[in-house]
Design a protein around this ligand. Structure first.
Ligand code: FE
Length: 172
């Protein structure tokens, strides 16, 4: 009898573990779809897959994070503007970029109020503020209030979420 109870308990535990594994992506898909409807640029995930590289898709649409000190804009300090890599919306000016030594491109402000949306992110067992492109909902990174400049803000952004437009190019 004890053996049967043990087997039953084991089966239940396995089933629950399986549910937890499948629950996560379903939950994030629902969140993504709910988020998408709030943005003016709306594409299906299939459409995004066609326009973004695999790495960009993972960061922008699946809320991934690039490894620190690997992004092409981490130590990039040319004059210009940074746009959303998914939809081209202007998000940051190089004047607001600073070296935070955290391994990701950091800004102390966004170009204009409302260009970047904020929402609470409870992943990793803590509450953080996620930042998203205000036009397409692409995941950019997170914002923290430990910035060293006057604004006190640190927008910590994945390079893969950004494209750079040089000030020299804009003058042409
Ligand atoms: Fe965008």
């Amino acid at each position: 009898m004890k053996r049967i109870i043990f087997i039953l308990k084991l089966s239940t535990a396995t089933l629950l573990a399986a549910c937890q594994n499948t629950e996560k992506p379903v939950h994030s898909t629902i969140q993504k779809n709910q988020t998408m409807s709030n943005f003016t640029v709306n594409k299906t995930e299939e459409e995004w897959k066609k326009t973004l590289s695999e790495e960009q898709y993972h960061i922008l649409r699946e809320k991934g994070t690039e490894r620190p000190n690997t992004g092409k804009y981490n130590m990039h300090f040319e004059k210009g503007k940074y746009t959303c890599a998914a939809c081209g919306y202007e998000l940051f000016d190089s004047d607001n970029k600073f070296e935070s030594h955290c391994g990701w491109p950091s800004f102390d402000n966004e170009i204009g109020n409302g260009r970047i949306k904020k929402q609470t992110d409870y992943s990793l067992g803590m509450a953080r503020t996620e930042i998203l492109c205000g036009k397409c909902g692409g995941h950019l990174g997170h914002i923290f209030d430990d910035g060293p400049t006057k604004t006190g803000l640190r927008y910590c952004v994945n390079s893969l979420s950004l494209e750079f437009k040089s000030a020299n190019d804009t003058l042409k």
